[in-house]
Write a protein that binds this ligand. Structure first.
Ligand SMILES: NC(=O)c1ccc[n+]([C@@H]2O[C@H](COP(=O)([O-])OP(=O)(O)OC[C@H]3O[C@@H](n4cnc5c(N)ncnc54)[C@H](OP(=O)(O)O)[C@@H]3O)[C@@H](O)[C@H]2O)c1
Length: 227
């Protein structure tokens, strides 16, 4: 039976930004949390970390899935929906940072990154958007699709050209989604982390990035934030 609490879906759960956002949103009332990443052992650590930080009021389900597999992603989302109902906030955070030198980089690696950052996001939006639009008509609901990115779309790094180009395509997709669905009441945006993340960086640390994400989610204008 589906729960009536607010549900956060984190696609790309890991010890950095993913964990910080899951923890903060859970502490703010998103007591149902769905975590997706490829590695089951890593997901178990993420679940334990959020539970330890937030306490027993949070209900977490984990689904080990490579999101480049549409069937596996769809099955995981179906299973999560059956437990918690459809998510009110979708946080898309999956990415890999792989050096890509001209022209040693195999085109298959570019295609894999495109599947993570663009195809999987498209499939997720296609699936979640109708419910987010319907939630926008419900008093007190704040339906959202939030995507993490970087400075790479506008400032590509040639040694990371593959990630740069897929992040550019992803930003373009999120912008189109924002242009289409913001008017329908869905908060769609991208959190651009403009540099490497370190726990002890005064600005680009996961806790501050999560706080800035929450601030934008609560009342930010436009479709992107730069941190
Ligand atoms: N870290 C940085 O320095 C930095 C800088 C600028 C921007 N960003 C952006 O921040 C976001 C990531 O945040 P983070 O670096 O702190 O990472 P994170 O939240 O610690 O973890 C992200 C998780 O995504 C998962 N993932 C990757 N490929 C996947 C796939 N094919 N299917 C399912 N899950 C997948 C990985 O887990 P598995 O390996 O278990 O699948 C990884 O642990 C990305 O959008 C990235 O572009 C990061």
């Amino acid at each position: 039976m589906a729960s009536t609490s607010k549900t956060l879906l984190v696609v790309g759960s890991g010890p950095g930004i993913g964990r910080a956002v899951a923890t903060l949103f859970a502490s703010k009332g998103y007591h149902n949390v769905v975590l997706i990443a490829r590695r089951d052992d890593s997901l178990a650590s993420e679940k334990a970390a959020v539970e330890e930080a937030v306490g027993t009021q949070v209900n977490i389900r984990t689904y080990p899935v490579d999101i480049t597999d549409p069937a596996a992603l769809g099955k995981a989302l179906d299973d999560a929906d059956a437990v918690f109902g459809k998510p009110e906030c979708v946080f898309f955070n999956a990415a890999r940072v792989l050096p890509s030198a001209f022209f040693e980089h195999d085109v298959k690696e570019i295609e894999y990154d495109l599947k993570i950052n663009v195809s999987a996001l498209y499939i997720l939006a296609q699936r979640c958007m109708p419910h987010l639009v319907s939630l926008a008509k419900v008093s007190g609901a704040r339906p959202a699709l939030i995507v993490t990115s970087s400075a790479l779309p506008l400032q590509p790094i040639p040694q990371l050209f593959a990630l740069s180009l897929v992040k550019a395509a992803q930003r373009n997709l999120v912008q189109s989604l924002h242009m289409t669905y913001a008017a329908e009441g869905v908060h769609v945006g991208v959190i651009n982390v403009a540099g490497q993340v370190f726990p002890d960086d005064p600005v680009r640390n996961p806790t501050n990035i999560a706080a800035k994400t929450w601030a934008w989610f609560e009342g930010g204008e436009g479709f992107e934030v730069v941190i």
